[in-house]
Design a protein around this ligand. Structure first.
Ligand SMILES: NC(=O)c1ccc[n+]([C@@H]2O[C@H](COP(=O)([O-])OP(=O)(O)OC[C@H]3O[C@@H](n4cnc5c(N)ncnc54)[C@H](OP(=O)(O)O)[C@@H]3O)[C@@H](O)[C@H]2O)c1
Length: 279
């Protein structure tokens, strides 16, 4: 009898949708949370990356696990490698989400975690999504409310991806062995500048949203004023460098390969999230 699927980051943007997708498919799913919450259709289990005493209970009865770095974490190697090691030692299949582009260019902590995973004996799949379309109704929502998106992207294009497509892709890697041992870049279907994205969002919500390119200093100032730590604001600013350099405009067939469906456009994302974009 197959075991259960353990989803880390269960209350987060991606993890919550992975759980929803798995539950809808009738997959036995455990939702790992630091807080005690109830997630319909899944068994909630207490888990903290930083507390190894929570691993045994979380991994009990599990044969597949989804591993993600929480937003704001500055040291993914320290946070993720202990649970990857514990899962691998039990022969559990591990699906790891990192970020588009971490396997190109220089060394970085996400790539270090990927290599650590690849060197375990466990079956694994890696998924590397591009910037989430959903950031427009989370990180950039304050700007959208004011009618201006101000980020240091210059004219760089991004193939924004709807997190529903990320979650559905991850669910497919967890429920099939056909993709084991591989890594998949996940992108949306088209590369758009922030000006083009702002025009699409404007049409969807019926109100003009402008795009103002800013430099790193102004961007970091805006984020810290909004309560984001200076360290994380600097990291986010650094993530826009590959956008400006055109490296986030890449298109991949990862979503289609994994799910059999084309990824959703930014227009579809915007139409389906009008309430969140106008909240
Ligand atoms: N945003 C983008 O455009 C983008 C693009 C590509 C890749 N990514 C990557 O996506 C990841 C973030 O995904 P997301 O947005 O789905 O995350 P998220 O919404 O920030 O959710 C993080 C989850 O991790 C949980 N968590 C935090 N600390 C924990 C701990 N010590 N132990 C156990 N659970 C803990 C949180 O639960 P509680 O706090 O409730 O316990 C929450 O469920 C990051 O690695 C980021 O680099 C993001």
């Amino acid at each position: 009898m197959p075991g259960k699927i353990l989803v880390l980051g269960a209350t987060g943007t991606v993890g919550s949708k992975v759980i929803r997708t798995l539950v809808a498919r009738g997959e036995p799913t455990k939702a790992a949370c630091r807080k005690s919450i109830s997630i319909p259709g899944a068994d909630a289990v207490a888990f903290d990356y930083l507390d190894a005493s929570t691993y045994g209970c979380a991994l009990e009865g599990v044969d597949r696990i989804f591993v993600i770095t929480p937003t704001g974490c500055l040291d993914p190697v320290r946070l993720l490698t202990p649970i990857i090691q514990a899962a691998a030692a039990r022969g559990i299949k591990i699906v790891l989400m990192t970020m588009l582009g971490v396997d190109t260019g220089g060394s970085n902590s996400y790539r270090t975690v990927e290599l650590f995973l690849e060197e375990t004996c466990a079956p694994f799949v890696i998924v590397r999504p591009n910037w989430f379309a959903d950031n427009f109704h989370s990180y950039w929502l304050d700007g959208i409310r004011r009618g201006v998106i101000a980020v240091p992207a210059a004219d760089g294009k991004t193939s924004f991806i709807d997190t529903r497509d990320i979650a559905e892709s991850i669910a497919c890697t967890l429920t099939s062995d056909a993709f084991n041992g591989q890594a998949f870049d996940l992108t949306g279907p088209e590369a758009l500048s922030y000006a083009e994205a702002a025009a699409i969002l404007s049409r969807a919500i019926g109100r003009t949203i402008a795009y103002t390119p800013v430099d790193d200093g102004i961007f970091i100032g805006l984020l810290t004023e909004a309560g984001i730590s200076a360290t994380y604001a600097h990291l986010l600013a650094e993530l826009f460098r590959p956008v400006r350099e055109g490296r986030m405009a890449a298109l991949s067939n990862g979503v289609e390969t994994l799910t059999g469906k084309a990824p959703r456009s930014l227009e579809t994302y915007a139409k389906d999230n009008i309430a969140a974009l106008t909240a």
